[in-house]
Design a protein around this ligand. Structure first.
Ligand code: BGC
Length: 768
């Protein structure tokens, strides 16, 4: 756990230079706009501890799987989000001396600030070079939300104690590597590079997938605020374009460079037009200029905050924590493009390959549903709809037939690309989360048109998979599901994981409900879809019904506990509190076989199911299972504490709820798991939001109606959050003993608070 980030309500601040923590700070200070993003790297040369990271959403490389013993059915590759063209580069030489913070004699007044309100990254410092020359550096940059294939930098240098020739090299460089490359190869081939006038362009193509990305830049130079023409010398190499210029710098004068950059990819433009389009785009943004681009950035971020902000009074670190989570989610996914999704590390690092996991459906969708326009969550659902054919193919490869769909555990384009056996083949619960997200969406929005349009086909494909994946057990007189891994990855190849069985039965029932809904409401759609997927209505629905009502759900009658899987109670029952600190995290300290034999749980599993289907369980059952599994859970996945926090709040254990909330809220800011240097845990950030809105405020949607049971954690004076429900923006403020709800719309809103019904008139406030 680290504690060097300054607490502040709107900013993430590194004050004083912390070179040993630089990779962590780079992750925390990442910027993005949904289409591209980058780590908080320095513009100038830096030979110290750094992970260079620039990413273009949707552009990936299929890195060939590396395993010792190949097994049939393994995915060919693990998709990697690519470290793409480094577009921020500005190298500086004072005389012959390179400015490199790692080589400097001293660095003072260092401050790096991620401004979450505006979506910008600022840095300032005084550098004393080995020669004794002193200078001040200042930079401000952002990935533009308005022009989301571009970014801009304002970079200033002021000599403090010398007059000397300064040499600037302003460049873009696509000759970069991924740290996590399986075979230590570079993923980009050079296609074109040029530099002339004040601009430069590099086009590169990914090996195998042949995505092309063209990056272009230009710059304007100012002396003491006045634009100044400079003589530039182009430097062009394979995958590199730079412009070099010198000027006679005088002490206490400030020299500023405005650099504009554009990243266009063949996902959005024809390859043959890429260079010209990049030139056009660049002209537009540099024509706008830095100040206008910045104003637009501020306006767009203000809009985002106006529907998604959470304020917490009385605890500045909690305030910073929740804003950091909301900020990262908003800059990772904007919902503009249904081909994009939310990688567990977003644009903040290479780990998890930038691919899509069940995290999106299980955790992120509720956040976007409540804080962004409806279209945003819809796009995430469409992402899966568009990959349905691949999911059917994926299931076919594993022997399933008749349109059964198995969505991948990890994917970029619909193909499975995770290369661990247990996860690819066994962690099939992910399929259920995808159907559950469709249910969640219709519940929240009451937009049932999505079912006929796309959702029903996905639900039916998933139902067909479960119907084939179970088998009848004569011994149990029930359907069983053998050889799976539940969300708790510290068990492999178990029989009858309760969560998976329960979810499968639920999906089959949901499939039946969707059929009924379509037949009753849009019969022509039902006919069209059932014809398209060759649904054998009578036999298939009878089968779904039979399985759903006869699924084996492991339960211990003596303790009245749901069993995570058959035989779970045979394990030696040890509690997490009795594990010596020195043995944790288990995944770093214990052998894999010891982890598998133990009763310790990586992340919510039975509790994940209780969280999803809470209405099916009475409070005693929730509490009994919560108490039992909570004591055995090590939370070695960042997705886990939020589920525990929400359920703890449900049973009224607010101390536990708060303890679990703290683990999610500042996970990255305090580097709680010692891994923030790899990137931030973007998908689990949605869990932090859930812990407040569904946990402390108790939001649930039941039969299309909002319910709340607000609680104020004793550590806070008050908190407020915003949600959009049926196109109505509501602001909730929870004070001690009272709740204020402002309805910012022309509609009357009905909701339920602590089981009482209320109406809020248009544009008015209700105090309860
Ligand atoms: C978790 C998975 C999750 C993945 C990506 C793993 O550690 O166990 O549930 O999907 O991380 O976040």
């Amino acid at each position: 756990m680290k504690n060097y980030i300054k607490h502040d309500p709107w900013s993430v601040i590194e004050e004083g230079w912390h070179p040993e923590e630089n990779k962590i700070t780079e992750s925390l200070m990442s910027l993005g706009n949904g289409r591209m993003g980058q780590r908080g790297n320095f513009e100038e040369q830096f030979s110290g501890n750094t992970l260079l990271g620039n990413y273009v959403a949707g552009v990936y490389y299929p890195d060939k799987t590396r395993v010792g013993w190949w097994k049939n059915g393994y995915p060919e590759y693990f998709a990697k989000v690519l470290n793409a063209c480094h577009w921020i580069g500005i190298h500086i030489k004072i005389g012959e001396e390179e400015v490199d913070l790692n080589q400097a004699k001293s660095i003072t007044e260092f401050r790096r600030v991620l401004n979450m309100q505006d979506g910008t990254l600022f840095r300032t410092c005084h550098v004393t070079l080995k020669s004794g020359k002193q200078l001040k550096l200042e930079s401000l940059r952002f990935c533009s939300m308005a022009d989301d294939e571009s970014g801009a930098i304002k970079y200033s240098i002021t000599p403090l104690n010398f007059d000397e020739i300064i040499r600037f090299t302003v460049f873009i460089d696509a000759d970069v590597k991924n740290e996590d490359s399986n075979y230590d190869e570079k993923f980009w081939d050079g296609i074109h590079q040029e530099a002339q006038g004040n601009s430069g362009f590099v086009t590169v193509s990914t090996k195998k997938t042949e995505f092309q990305v063209c990056t272009g830049f230009d710059f304007v130079f100012h002396q003491n605020g006045e634009e100044t023409k400079v003589e530039v010398e182009p430097v062009v190499k394979e995958k590199y374009a730079g412009l070099l210029f010198n000027f006679d710098a005088k002490r206490n004068n400030t020299y500023t460079l405005y650099k504009y950059a554009v990243n266009l990819s063949s996902l959005n433009y024809k390859k043959e037009n890429l260079l010209n389009e990049t030139k056009k785009y660049l002209k537009t943004i540099s024509g706008k200029g830095f100040s206008l681009m910045l104003r637009e950035q501020q306006q767009l971020w203000a809009q985002k905050w106006s529907t998604s902000d959470i304020t917490i009074e009385g605890d500045i670190s909690a305030q910073q924590g929740i804003r950091f989570n909301i900020f990262q989610l908003n800059q990772t996914y904007t919902g503009k493009d249904a081909r994009l999704n939310i990688g567990p590390k977003g644009f903040t690092g290479e780990k998890y390959g930038g691919s899509t996991y069940w995290d999106t459906e299980a955790y992120c969708i509720p956040f976007y549903l409540a804080t962004a326009p409806q279209k945003v969550a819809r796009q995430l659902l469409y992402y899966r709809y568009n990959q349905l054919d691949k999911a059917i193919e994926n299931a076919q490869k594993l022997g399933f037939i008749k349109g059964a769909a198995l969505y991948p555990m990890v994917t970029m384009n619909g193909e499975e690309c995770h290369n661990e056996w247990e996860i690819t083949f066994e962690e099939i619960h992910r399929n259920g989360a995808i159907a559950y997200a469709i249910y969640n969406y219709t519940q929240y929005t009451s937009d049932y048109s999505y079912l006929a349009e796309a959702g029903a086909e996905v639900v039916f494909g998933i139902a067909r998979f479960w119907a084939q994946r179970v088998n009848w057990s004569n011994e149990k007189n029930k359907y069983v599901m053998l050889g799976v891994t539940g969300p708790n990855e510290y068990e492999n190849n178990v029989n009858n994981n309760w969560y998976t069985n329960y979810l499968a039965a639920w999906c089959l029932n949901f499939g039946l409900e969707v059929i009924q809904y379509l037949k009753n409401n849009t019969p022509e759609d039902y006919l069209r879809i059932s014809k398209k997927i060759k649904l054998e209505e009578i036999s298939e629905t009878e089968q779904w019904q039979h399985i759903a009502s006869n699924m084996y759900l492991p339960f211990d009658a003596h303790s009245e506990l749901i069993l995570q899987q058959e035989g779970y109670l045979d394990k030696e029952q040890i509690l997490v509190k009795d594990l010596p600190e020195s043995q944790r995290p288990l995944n770093q300290k214990w052998s894999w076989d010891r982890i598998l034999r133990s009763c310790f749980i990586k992340q919510a599993d039975v509790l994940q199911g209780i969280y999803f289907f809470e209405e099916d369980f009475d409070l005693d059952t929730i509490e009994r299972n919560f108490r039992f599994y909570e004591e055995r859970t090590v939370h070695e996945s960042s997705l886990s504490p939020c589920v525990h926090s929400i359920l703890a709040a449900k049973i009224g254990d607010f101390n536990k709820a708060y303890e679990m909330y703290l683990r999610t809220s500042r996970l990255d800011l305090d580097d709680y798991n010692n891994d923030t240097e790899d990137g931030c845990h973007i998908t689990s950030m949605a869990g932090t939001w859930l812990s407040i809105v569904q946990g402390f405020a108790g939001m649930r949607i039941v039969n299309g109606k909002m319910h709340f049971s607000p609680h104020l954690p004793s550590q806070w004076q008050q908190y407020s959050f915003k949600i959009t429900f049926h196109d109505t923006l509501l602001t909730f403020t929870i004070h001690s003993g009272k709740t204020e709800i402002h309805n910012q719309s022309e509609k009357v809103i009905r909701l339920c608070i602590n089981q009482m019904d209320y109406e809020i008139q248009a544009n008015s406030t209700l105090l309860v």
